[in-house]
Design a protein around this ligand. Structure first.
Ligand code: ZN
Length: 138
């Protein structure tokens, strides 16, 4: 289910027992200040489960992006961030990265994964190649 406003996200959180995320602490909206937001509830469910498994906070550094903001920061025009189907989460250290990837693979939580130095991109876009893990190399 595609959630299309902060109210819809909060309502989903309250009605479906999402434990670790809420609209007050977690930046689901586009970062440019446009106020727009899209978030697939399946992505939220998976993040909440991942959070319970790693037992450490998850800081979302990028969730939904409007077209303009995505272009401005150099995102691909086809980015899953535009559809509410991807998030980037902050990776503070090597052990945290290991725990995230370990649980993502063991639990088969995501099969589209991008690994950067300080974030991991988690993506549920079914209209793109599955079982892919890429790096952000310069
Ligand atoms: Zn925006």
């Amino acid at each position: 289910m595609l959630l299309k406003s902060l109210d819809e996200i909060q309502e989903y959180i309250e009605q479906n027992g999402i434990r670790f995320f809420n609209i007050y602490n977690d930046n689901f909206q586009c970062r440019c200040g446009c106020g727009e937001v899209l978030l697939d509830s399946e992505l939220l469910e998976k993040l909440d489960y991942l959070r319970s498994l790693i037992d450490e906070p998850i800081k979302i550094t990028s969730a939904y992006r409007c077209k303009e903001h995505n272009a401005r920061i150099g995102g691909k025009p086809s980015s899953s961030h535009l559809k509410g189907l991807a998030v980037d989460i902050f990776i503070p250290n090597n052990h945290y990265r290991y725990k995230v990837l370990d649980n993502v693979f063991v639990e088969e939580l995501f099969n589209r994964i991008g690994v950067a130095e300080n974030f991991i991109h988690l993506d549920i876009d079914e209209n793109k190649p599955q079982e892919v893990c890429w790096g952000y190399f310069n």
